[in-house]
Design a binder for this molecule. Sequence first.
Ligand code: DI6
Ligand code: FE
Length: 407
Amino acid sequence: MDATFVISNATIAPICASDPSDVIPSATIVLSEDKIAWLGADKDCPESYRQNGQHHDAKGACVTPGLIDCHSHLVYGGERAHEFAMRLEGADYGDILKQGGGILSTVNATRTASEDALYLAARARVQSLMDEGVTTLEIKSGYGLDEDTELKILRVVRQLSQTCPIEFHPTLLAAHALPPEFTDKTAYIDWICQTLMPKVAEQELAAAVDIFCEPIAFDLAHAEKLFKKAQDLNLAIKCHAEQLSASGAAALAARYGALSIDHGEYLTVDAIEQLADAGTVVVLLPGAYYFLREQQTPPVSLLREHQVPMAVATDSNPGTSPGTSLLWMMNMACVFFGLTPFEALAGVTCHAARALGWQERLGSLKQGLQADLLVWPTENPEMIAYAMGQVKPELIFKKGKLLKGSL
Ligand code: DI6
Ligand code: FE
């Protein structure tokens, strides 16, 4: 195998799930086409790799896997600054939704926006994530709630994947809120299962389905129907669970082999045991916790004790986390939730890959995995979560191609 890029004299943080804080000093990583051909101590690098490819002396700089934002809703129309102001005056998030605002106001703006306008707005958000080193991005639908608009959002995700040099994971979140056309939640879930999901599956517009399980949205019976249908159609399962209340949705999702449950502030010990058994990831979303001024933090010590993988994501959406900085989320996961800087790094690499079901292919630096990697302007990997977004990667490689920087 010929080398295409050889980066030596680096501090390599492979971020493997077994020990995310493992670091190889004075190390070399060899890329061959889209894969990692070799990595290890400089002195052990096989002679053959020294002969070809482009070489780069990292001068001690830290190399990590490409970042993965495994939970976002960044295709939407409009904004919700007015609602933000109302909430600062004391209005409640759930009450705003019940009065037809909140998610439903974004649904209106998204239904009326053209596909091109949605694409352009989303493209700018994707660009900010890419500048920080995000090389894989999950995007959910959920601001359409009718056939035309849900498909329109998922087509925008497809267009992004055809025009941006990173990878996308599309998720159907039609079960986000009850649209104005329905008065009965069960009837809406039945329509999603019987009409929308088969179309989405047939057009291969989503890899997974998700549901917002909260008293203000959908309940366990709704989730179970959706999960059963997902299994029939071979779609993976994700679930917004235990964010605002302990609903039991996380345990249900674990029983259905969900890739992830997301938020998890109100997780119980019982649910955590089931998540551990199922290998389900908990995706922590500190941006929403911060923006909603939530009082309950996720039970991180218990998750750690039970070895449940913890991912960290932006949740980028107009209502509860309008930002697009995964680096800030890493910092907040440390400050608000008590993750270590290495846990935060694992949360946006190896565990985030697992939350998408792609851990066999990306998320860590290992021989044979996809060559998604970043070279940072620091020798210390802990700087990445520490620096509040101020430290950004100098070189970005996706599938072995150099996207940013020059050697
Ligand atoms: N949980 C969230 O944090 C977002 N959706 C969800 O299910 C919020 C969506 C919004 O308010 O627009
Ligand atoms: Fe979300």
